[in-house]
Design a protein around this ligand. Structure first.
Ligand SMILES: Cc1cc2nc3c(=O)[nH]c(=O)nc-3n(C[C@H](O)[C@H](O)[C@H](O)COP(=O)(O)O)c2cc1C
Length: 340
């Protein structure tokens, strides 16, 4: 369990330790959320370099892992620079989940995370992801059997309940803790909310108050100030950021700096942002080849938001098909010195 203590007179200096198993111990942890089609290896790497303390793969279907589907194998690949890294899996068949968890463990992640939070119809509607909130006994069985089958720590990620009338997070936390998970991430929305409304940090705080395991709080963190507010208010052991990292990987270093010192760093200068964007693009090409150029297009609007003539710049780079031509065009357009 983490502990909260104040150092010095000012209350903005505080230190909270996130422990996952024996090996992971991180002060004021701010971690990258798993996000399908977003947190691929290049995205995780750029977030780690910019301060994310832990990264997770996108969720991987357990059935596909045991079928040995190529796409799933690619999703589970990670590089050493990413550590600590977790592979996240989902499903609702006990034996399939256990076998998939063992195969994921064989790839050497620092821990395994089970998804009990996905609200998508094709997953929750079939009783996996957040669908398991309606079958808590099955959720317990899957969790227990995976915990007993692996040597690495097992964690889980969930939502506060199925809908507003059935908020179950305190009970879910108790049940999962009893099955031996080493930490629980809570996204403060119900399944019914999908991504609407606001994350309810009060429920995250109530779950934390009742828990004997570390709790990582998640939902709507887009600024260091909000991160600090919910960290202090709920006493959680770590924070997780998802959409707030889109085109903004330095949110991790800025947030950590603010939590550690109480000093709010400014946003990076335009040139620094471009440097990070181009490095992320390079990683995408390294990892995916030419397809990396195409899949990276979704990131340009996020990185270039607020830049002068951003739409024009975007239009001129999405048609280019080499890293060098993109880097040259961006630096010429913005009148900055060329970046590596
Ligand atoms: C595009 C997208 C894909 C997501 N995929 C996953 C996933 O694979 N596994 C998971 O546990 N949560 C997934 N989530 C949920 C996020 O991990 C996170 O809980 C949610 O976005 C709330 O955090 P945020 O407000 O910081 O974005 C996804 C969210 C988004 C927006």
């Amino acid at each position: 369990m983490g502990s909260l203590f104040l150092i010095g007179a000012a209350d903005h200096y505080f230190c909270k330790m996130l422990k996952i198993g024996e090996k992971i111990q991180i002060e004021n942890a701010v971690v990258l959320a798993p996000m399908e089609d977003v947190t691929d290896q290049p995205f995780r790497r750029i977030c780690r370099e910019n301060g994310a303390d832990i990264v997770y793969t996108e969720f991987v279907p357990s059935e596909a892992i045991i079928r040995d589907a190529g796409k799933s194998a690619k999703k589970m690949q990670f590089s050493e620079e990413e550590r600590p890294v977790s592979i996240q899996i989902y499903g609702n068949q006990v034996e399939v989940m256990v076998e998939a968890a063992k195969r994921a463990e064989a790839l050497g992640p620092d821990f395994l995370d089970i998804n009990y939070g996905c609200p998508a119809k094709k997953i929750a509607g079939r009783g996996a992801g957040s669908g398991l909130l309606c079958y808590p006994d099955l959720m317990e069985t899957i969790t227990r059997q995976i915990v007993d089958s692996l040597k690495i720590p097992v964690t889980a990620k969930t939502r506060i309940g199925w809908d507003a009338a059935s908020i179950s997070i305190v009970e879910t936390t108790r049940r999962l803790e009893q099955q031996g998970i080493k930490a629980l991430t809570i996204h403060g929305r119900t399944k019914a909310q999908m991504f609407e409304g606001q994350a309810d940090w009060d429920w995250i705080g109530k779950a934390k108050a009742s828990a004997g395991i570390p709790i990582i709080g998640n939902g709507d963190i887009t600024t260091p100030e909000f991160a600090r507010e919910v960290f202090l208010k709920t006493g959680v052991d770590g924070l997780m950021i998802g959409r707030g990292a889109y085109g903004n990987p330095w949110i991790f270093s800025r947030t950590k700096h603010y939590l550690n010192t109480g000093i709010l760093l400014p946003e990076p200068e335009l040139e620094e942002k471009v440097t990070v964007m181009l490095r992320h693009l390079r990683y995408a090409i390294e990892f995916k080849g030419q397809h990396g150029l195409v899949s990276f297009r979704k990131h340009y609007p996020n990185y270039l938001k607020g830049f002068p003539n951003a739409a024009k710049l975007r239009a001129s780079i999405v048609i280019l098909n080499t890293y060098d031509s993109i880097a040259q065009t961006v630096t010429d357009f913005l009148g900055i010195k060329s970046v590596a």
